[in-house]
Write a protein that binds this ligand. Structure first.
Ligand SMILES: C[S@@+](CC[C@H](N)C(=O)[O-])C[C@H]1O[C@@H](n2cnc3c(N)ncnc32)[C@H](O)[C@@H]1O
Length: 208
Protein backbone atom coordinates (compact mmCIF):
# COMPACT_ATOMS: atom_id res chain seq x y z
CA UNK A 1 0.00 0.00 0.00
CA UNK A 2 1.45 3.36 -1.04
CA UNK A 3 -0.25 6.49 0.21
CA UNK A 4 0.19 10.04 -0.97
CA UNK A 5 2.67 11.67 1.36
CA UNK A 6 1.05 12.28 4.75
CA UNK A 7 2.17 15.86 5.47
CA UNK A 8 2.86 15.62 9.20
CA UNK A 9 3.99 11.96 9.20
CA UNK A 10 7.35 12.76 10.83
CA UNK A 11 5.65 14.64 13.66
CA UNK A 12 3.13 11.82 14.17
CA UNK A 13 5.90 9.23 14.24
CA UNK A 14 8.13 11.31 16.54
CA UNK A 15 5.35 11.88 19.06
CA UNK A 16 3.68 8.48 19.20
CA UNK A 17 4.29 6.33 22.29
CA UNK A 18 3.14 3.33 20.27
CA UNK A 19 5.91 3.46 17.67
CA UNK A 20 9.07 1.58 18.68
CA UNK A 21 11.98 3.05 16.74
CA UNK A 22 14.90 1.13 18.28
CA UNK A 23 13.20 -2.18 17.62
CA UNK A 24 16.43 -4.17 17.13
CA UNK A 25 17.19 -3.49 20.84
CA UNK A 26 14.12 -5.49 21.90
CA UNK A 27 15.03 -8.75 20.14
CA UNK A 28 14.21 -11.51 22.65
CA UNK A 29 12.86 -8.93 25.14
CA UNK A 30 9.47 -7.88 23.76
CA UNK A 31 7.55 -9.33 26.72
CA UNK A 32 9.63 -7.07 29.00
CA UNK A 33 8.53 -4.06 26.97
CA UNK A 34 4.88 -5.08 27.37
CA UNK A 35 5.51 -5.74 31.08
CA UNK A 36 3.81 -9.14 31.11
CA UNK A 37 4.12 -12.71 29.81
CA UNK A 38 1.04 -12.66 27.60
CA UNK A 39 1.37 -14.16 24.11
CA UNK A 40 2.57 -11.85 21.35
CA UNK A 41 0.77 -11.81 17.99
CA UNK A 42 2.20 -9.87 15.04
CA UNK A 43 0.81 -8.69 11.71
CA UNK A 44 3.29 -8.11 8.89
CA UNK A 45 2.06 -5.47 6.42
CA UNK A 46 -0.65 -4.12 8.73
CA UNK A 47 -1.44 -1.18 6.41
CA UNK A 48 -3.57 1.43 8.19
CA UNK A 49 -3.98 -0.85 11.19
CA UNK A 50 -7.73 -1.51 11.44
CA UNK A 51 -7.28 -5.26 12.07
CA UNK A 52 -4.51 -5.12 14.65
CA UNK A 53 -5.94 -2.15 16.56
CA UNK A 54 -9.39 -3.73 16.86
CA UNK A 55 -7.81 -7.02 17.93
CA UNK A 56 -5.80 -5.23 20.63
CA UNK A 57 -8.91 -3.44 21.90
CA UNK A 58 -10.92 -6.67 22.03
CA UNK A 59 -8.23 -8.99 23.43
CA UNK A 60 -6.48 -7.24 26.33
CA UNK A 61 -4.69 -10.47 27.35
CA UNK A 62 -2.82 -10.71 24.07
CA UNK A 63 0.03 -8.39 23.08
CA UNK A 64 0.07 -7.16 19.47
CA UNK A 65 2.82 -5.73 17.26
CA UNK A 66 1.96 -4.26 13.86
CA UNK A 67 4.72 -4.10 11.24
CA UNK A 68 4.58 -1.85 8.20
CA UNK A 69 7.31 -0.69 5.85
CA UNK A 70 6.03 2.73 4.73
CA UNK A 71 6.11 5.90 6.87
CA UNK A 72 2.92 7.41 5.45
CA UNK A 73 0.98 4.20 6.02
CA UNK A 74 2.19 3.65 9.58
CA UNK A 75 1.52 7.32 10.40
CA UNK A 76 -2.14 6.72 9.46
CA UNK A 77 -2.24 3.63 11.67
CA UNK A 78 -0.65 5.44 14.64
CA UNK A 79 -3.33 8.14 14.43
CA UNK A 80 -6.09 5.55 14.83
CA UNK A 81 -4.89 4.02 18.10
CA UNK A 82 -7.27 4.86 20.96
CA UNK A 83 -5.79 6.33 24.16
CA UNK A 84 -4.46 4.09 26.93
CA UNK A 85 -4.08 0.89 24.93
CA UNK A 86 -1.29 -1.03 26.66
CA UNK A 87 -1.12 -4.19 24.56
CA UNK A 88 -0.10 -2.75 21.17
CA UNK A 89 3.10 -1.43 19.58
CA UNK A 90 3.95 -0.68 15.97
CA UNK A 91 7.24 -0.79 14.14
CA UNK A 92 8.24 0.64 10.76
CA UNK A 93 10.34 -2.15 9.34
CA UNK A 94 10.75 -4.39 6.34
CA UNK A 95 9.80 -8.02 6.99
CA UNK A 96 13.10 -9.02 5.43
CA UNK A 97 14.64 -8.11 8.82
CA UNK A 98 12.10 -10.03 10.89
CA UNK A 99 14.64 -12.55 12.23
CA UNK A 100 16.74 -9.66 13.57
CA UNK A 101 13.76 -8.16 15.40
CA UNK A 102 12.30 -11.21 17.20
CA UNK A 103 13.86 -14.28 18.80
CA UNK A 104 11.60 -17.20 19.80
CA UNK A 105 8.90 -14.98 21.31
CA UNK A 106 5.99 -14.81 18.86
CA UNK A 107 2.87 -16.98 19.22
CA UNK A 108 1.02 -16.05 16.04
CA UNK A 109 1.71 -14.31 12.72
CA UNK A 110 -0.99 -12.69 10.59
CA UNK A 111 -0.44 -12.12 6.88
CA UNK A 112 -3.47 -10.13 5.73
CA UNK A 113 -3.81 -9.21 2.04
CA UNK A 114 -0.08 -9.32 1.50
CA UNK A 115 1.21 -7.85 -1.75
CA UNK A 116 0.66 -10.58 -4.41
CA UNK A 117 3.80 -9.93 -6.52
CA UNK A 118 2.15 -11.56 -9.58
CA UNK A 119 5.22 -11.78 -11.83
CA UNK A 120 7.01 -15.12 -11.50
CA UNK A 121 10.41 -13.46 -11.16
CA UNK A 122 9.08 -11.61 -8.08
CA UNK A 123 7.56 -14.64 -6.29
CA UNK A 124 10.36 -14.77 -3.71
CA UNK A 125 9.22 -11.32 -2.51
CA UNK A 126 5.93 -12.84 -1.38
CA UNK A 127 5.65 -12.91 2.43
CA UNK A 128 4.88 -16.65 2.20
CA UNK A 129 7.92 -17.52 0.03
CA UNK A 130 10.75 -19.81 1.18
CA UNK A 131 12.87 -16.80 2.02
CA UNK A 132 10.36 -15.49 4.56
CA UNK A 133 9.24 -18.89 5.90
CA UNK A 134 12.88 -19.70 6.69
CA UNK A 135 13.13 -16.44 8.65
CA UNK A 136 9.82 -17.04 10.49
CA UNK A 137 11.30 -20.28 11.94
CA UNK A 138 13.41 -18.13 14.28
CA UNK A 139 10.70 -15.85 15.62
CA UNK A 140 8.15 -18.30 17.05
CA UNK A 141 8.16 -19.21 20.74
CA UNK A 142 7.12 -22.87 20.59
CA UNK A 143 4.50 -23.84 18.04
CA UNK A 144 4.50 -21.86 14.79
CA UNK A 145 1.09 -20.46 13.80
CA UNK A 146 0.39 -18.45 10.65
CA UNK A 147 -3.00 -17.10 9.59
CA UNK A 148 -3.44 -15.67 6.11
CA UNK A 149 -6.27 -13.89 4.34
CA UNK A 150 -6.18 -12.77 0.73
CA UNK A 151 -8.38 -11.94 -2.25
CA UNK A 152 -5.69 -13.30 -4.60
CA UNK A 153 -6.23 -16.93 -5.62
CA UNK A 154 -2.77 -17.30 -7.13
CA UNK A 155 -1.04 -16.00 -3.99
CA UNK A 156 -3.29 -18.27 -1.92
CA UNK A 157 -2.49 -21.51 -3.78
CA UNK A 158 1.21 -20.59 -3.88
CA UNK A 159 1.12 -20.02 -0.10
CA UNK A 160 -0.66 -23.32 0.65
CA UNK A 161 2.10 -25.18 -1.24
CA UNK A 162 4.80 -23.11 0.44
CA UNK A 163 3.38 -23.64 3.96
CA UNK A 164 2.98 -27.37 3.31
CA UNK A 165 6.54 -27.70 1.95
CA UNK A 166 7.75 -26.12 5.20
CA UNK A 167 5.91 -28.69 7.34
CA UNK A 168 2.86 -26.63 8.32
CA UNK A 169 -0.39 -28.53 8.96
CA UNK A 170 -3.65 -26.85 7.98
CA UNK A 171 -6.14 -26.24 10.83
CA UNK A 172 -8.68 -24.36 8.76
CA UNK A 173 -9.01 -23.44 5.10
CA UNK A 174 -11.79 -21.43 3.48
CA UNK A 175 -12.27 -20.46 -0.15
CA UNK A 176 -14.98 -17.97 0.80
CA UNK A 177 -14.43 -16.86 4.39
CA UNK A 178 -17.28 -14.40 4.61
CA UNK A 179 -19.84 -17.00 3.58
CA UNK A 180 -18.32 -19.82 5.67
CA UNK A 181 -17.62 -17.99 8.91
CA UNK A 182 -17.86 -14.20 8.89
CA UNK A 183 -15.03 -12.82 11.05
CA UNK A 184 -15.92 -10.19 13.65
CA UNK A 185 -12.72 -8.23 12.99
CA UNK A 186 -11.77 -7.43 9.40
CA UNK A 187 -8.98 -5.57 7.62
CA UNK A 188 -9.34 -2.50 5.40
CA UNK A 189 -8.63 -4.53 2.25
CA UNK A 190 -10.99 -7.29 3.38
CA UNK A 191 -13.82 -4.76 3.67
CA UNK A 192 -13.03 -3.38 0.23
CA UNK A 193 -13.03 -6.79 -1.50
CA UNK A 194 -15.97 -8.29 0.37
CA UNK A 195 -18.05 -5.19 -0.46
CA UNK A 196 -17.37 -6.07 -4.10
CA UNK A 197 -18.64 -9.59 -3.29
CA UNK A 198 -15.23 -11.10 -4.01
CA UNK A 199 -14.32 -14.29 -2.12
CA UNK A 200 -11.80 -14.00 0.69
CA UNK A 201 -9.38 -16.94 0.89
CA UNK A 202 -8.31 -17.96 4.39
CA UNK A 203 -5.88 -20.41 5.94
CA UNK A 204 -4.76 -21.04 9.51
CA UNK A 205 -1.79 -23.39 9.77
CA UNK A 206 0.58 -24.69 12.43
CA UNK A 207 3.93 -26.37 12.77
CA UNK A 208 5.43 -27.97 15.91
C1 LIG B 1 -2.22 -4.68 0.40
S1 LIG B 1 -1.76 -3.94 1.90
C2 LIG B 1 -2.78 -4.75 3.10
C3 LIG B 1 -2.92 -3.94 4.37
C4 LIG B 1 -3.72 -4.60 5.50
N1 LIG B 1 -3.06 -5.80 5.99
C5 LIG B 1 -5.11 -4.93 5.06
O1 LIG B 1 -5.41 -6.12 4.92
O2 LIG B 1 -5.92 -4.01 4.89
C6 LIG B 1 -0.17 -4.68 2.17
C7 LIG B 1 0.67 -3.89 3.15
O3 LIG B 1 1.85 -4.61 3.43
C8 LIG B 1 2.95 -3.71 3.48
N2 LIG B 1 4.15 -4.49 3.17
C9 LIG B 1 4.42 -5.12 2.01
N3 LIG B 1 5.61 -5.74 2.07
C10 LIG B 1 6.09 -5.53 3.32
C11 LIG B 1 7.28 -5.91 3.98
N4 LIG B 1 8.23 -6.63 3.35
N5 LIG B 1 7.47 -5.51 5.25
C12 LIG B 1 6.53 -4.76 5.89
N6 LIG B 1 5.38 -4.37 5.31
C13 LIG B 1 5.16 -4.73 4.04
C14 LIG B 1 2.62 -2.69 2.43
O4 LIG B 1 3.32 -1.46 2.60
C15 LIG B 1 1.12 -2.54 2.60
O5 LIG B 1 0.79 -1.52 3.52
Amino acid sequence: MRLRNVKNKDEIMDNSLYLIKNYFDYKGKWNKLFGNDNPIFIEIGMGKGQFIINNAVNNPNINYIGIEKYDSVIAKALQKIPDNLNNLFMIRADALNIDQIFDKEISKLYLNFSDPWPKKRHHLRRLSSNIFLDKYNFIFKTEKNIEMRTDNRDLFTYSLVSFSNHGYIFDQISLDLHHDNMPSITTEYEDKFSNLDMPIYFVNCRKK
